[in-house]
Design a protein around this ligand. Structure first.
Ligand SMILES: NC(=O)c1ccc[n+]([C@@H]2O[C@H](COP(=O)([O-])OP(=O)(O)OC[C@H]3O[C@@H](n4cnc5c(N)ncnc54)[C@H](OP(=O)(O)O)[C@@H]3O)[C@@H](O)[C@H]2O)c1
Length: 257
């Protein structure tokens, strides 16, 4: 059982059926460690072609090799049951802290001709001190939300145009957190009829900054983004949100149940 009474991560991932995701291409951000690594492995075991993305090419290559070895071993052990594959886009670095890097990575992804049915926006930073991205945004918000949001925008066409088969929908997964509750909604702009002032989210001054609030805001942004995406594109792309399924580990939502 998991922390909140639901199935544990290993319990959900263990339900993956070999071949279940055959014909699907998944992109997982921050896939060299933690949840991203486990998600990439689980998706490949279920038959997907998984593309691992991250900011350190050596770490991503090492993760590709490690998961590849595990898949090869299990293929032998399981009499060559259909498993998927893992790879990285050669030489393409995804640094979510830098929107220029996100643009470059997305362009490389599109140029590679890879399909995209499963997009796992997993990478994240926590407990970062006050700091700015190259474009001037709060570091935590920049990595956890803005970089991912731009990646999603840039891959939107590929995601929509990639074919599906067998009645399985395309998915976007946002890794939020219980810590979204520590976020604070941006204040309304006075006299604007509902407009919000995002300065406290995107460009807090050192005096306004709080480490937990910054992380909470970024995870709240993940949630709201997922909710809005689901509202706009419900018919085309299924969007799962970690916080909606707090009892199920974020990365497992939607793919493997
Ligand atoms: N662990 C938890 O208890 C927990 C709970 C709730 C939600 N979450 C969420 O789950 C997600 C994964 O967490 P985790 O615990 O697996 O974390 P983790 O083990 O620290 O892994 C984070 C991943 O994000 C990558 N990353 C960090 N900054 C990046 C950047 N600028 N550009 C691209 N990639 C970057 C890291 O790459 P490097 O190795 O290069 O740093 C790493 O691959 C996060 O979004 C987190 O907020 C985690």
């Amino acid at each position: 059982m998991g922390l909140f009474g639901g199935p544990s991560a290993s319990g959900v991932l263990a339900n993956a059926k070999p071949g279940q995701l055959a014909g699907y291409t998944a992109l997982v951000t921050g896939a060299n460690s933690g949840t991203g690594f486990a998600t990439a492995e689980a998706l490949a075991r279920a038959g997907a072609r998984v593309i691992l993305a991250g900011r350190r090419l050596d770490a991503i290559d090492a993760a590709v090799a490690e998961i590849g070895d595990k898949l090869a071993e299990s293929q032998l052990a399981e009499s060559k049951l259909a498993v998927g594959s893992v790879e990285a886009l050669a030489g393409a670095k995804l640094d979510l802290n830098d929107l220029a890097s996100v643009r470059e990575y997305a362009a490389a992804y599109v140029a590679s001709g890879a399909e995209l049915q499963l997009l796992v926006l997993n990478a994240g930073v926590m407990l970062q001190p006050w700091g700015r991205t190259p474009q001037g945004f709060d570091t935590t918000m920049g990595v956890n939300h803005l970089g991912h949001f731009l990646l999603l925008k840039k891959l939107d066409k590929t995601l929509r145009e990639s074919p599906t088969s067998g009645g399985t929908s395309k998915r976007v997964v946002f890794l939020s957190s219980m810590a979204h509750a520590a976020g604070k909604a941006p204040p309304a702009v006075a006299g604007s009829d509902g407009k919000l002032d995002f300065a406290t989210w995107f460009t807090p001054t050192a005096g306004e900054f709080s480490i937990m609030e910054s992380y909470g805001n970024s995870k709240l942004a993940n949630l709201l983004c997922a909710k809005e995406l689901a509202r706009r594109y419900a018919a085309e792309v299924h969007t799962d949100c970690a916080a909606k399924f707090m009892r199920i580990p974020p990365a497992a939502c939607g793919f493997l149940k």
